[in-house]
Design a protein around this ligand. Sequence first.
Ligand SMILES: Nc1ncnc2c1ncn2[C@@H]1O[C@H](COP(=O)(O)OP(=O)(O)O)[C@@H](O)[C@H]1O
Ligand SMILES: [Mg+2]
Length: 287
Amino acid sequence: MIKGWLVVNTFLNLEKFQRVYQMLEISFRKWGIVLSTKKAEDISLKVGFKLMDKPDFIIFWDKDFYLASSLKKQDIRLFNSPNAILYSDNKILMYQKLKEKNIRIPRTFVAPKTFEGINYSHRGFLDQVIDEIGFPIVVKEAYGSFGEQVYLAKDIVELNRIVDEIGYKDFLLQEFISSSRGRDIRINVVGNKAIVSMLRENNNDFRSNISSGGKGSFYKPQKKYIDLAIKATKALKLDFAGVDLLFGENDEPIVCEVNSNPQFVSTLQVTGINLADYIAAYIVKSL
Ligand SMILES: Nc1ncnc2c1ncn2[C@@H]1O[C@H](COP(=O)(O)OP(=O)(O)O)[C@@H](O)[C@H]1O
Ligand SMILES: [Mg+2]
């Protein structure tokens, strides 16, 4: 009998995450596969641990690169792979990889490295960004989701306030795609196929995330949007992904970001499509 693990984060206990885990379990049960949910502490915290009883595959729904790579070393197939998770989780690595693969992204700049206690103690580095893209400027922490670590600065006063609040965390600065204000497309890709898309709109905020008040609706994107979403998923070597695309000038698609663990409860509510079923079918076929 095929055995799978669903590795989840130790500390996140939000209802919306629990729902995703349940949906995956139910979808695998339809294939006669029992998916056991595991947290890091149920596996092992010890460096160099060896598993006695290995599963046939792991759906890695955490972002813990250390744990993912220890599991991968034991010849277990991980969906998504440790490197793909690493590159999608860190927006700086993600944009660097997308650009390397000639994928269109907003013009993006990386803040120089700093340290705790020193923070971004002088701000001269902001000048080259302001000179090149002007205001408003999008600021994103390297790690973040649900739009919560994404900010928009309309002038230098706001920009400095945001950078003060970021403390010493890694961040990037980015061109604001004004033709896409409060609006983007989420395209869900599984195994290099676009499964379902949503238009997300928010009239009260520049961010269209559903969790920050955006409204989702079923949407059939133009082919160039679908092709770009698949290309971005491949660039990051993800088995499955939720790709956010912005509407550029003349409707040209621009990649906003790529998520390794898309939140598919809202997709189900809005479109009636259950991505967990697609992920299960894809994994069963790949084994
Ligand atoms: N450069 C940009 N120009 C215009 N809107 C943006 C830009 N970057 C992000 N957004 C908006 O902010 C939202 C959140 O940004 P995103 O990079 O997807 O971060 P998160 O991981 O928090 O979802 C996007 O869905 C989009 O609506
Ligand atoms: Mg997003």
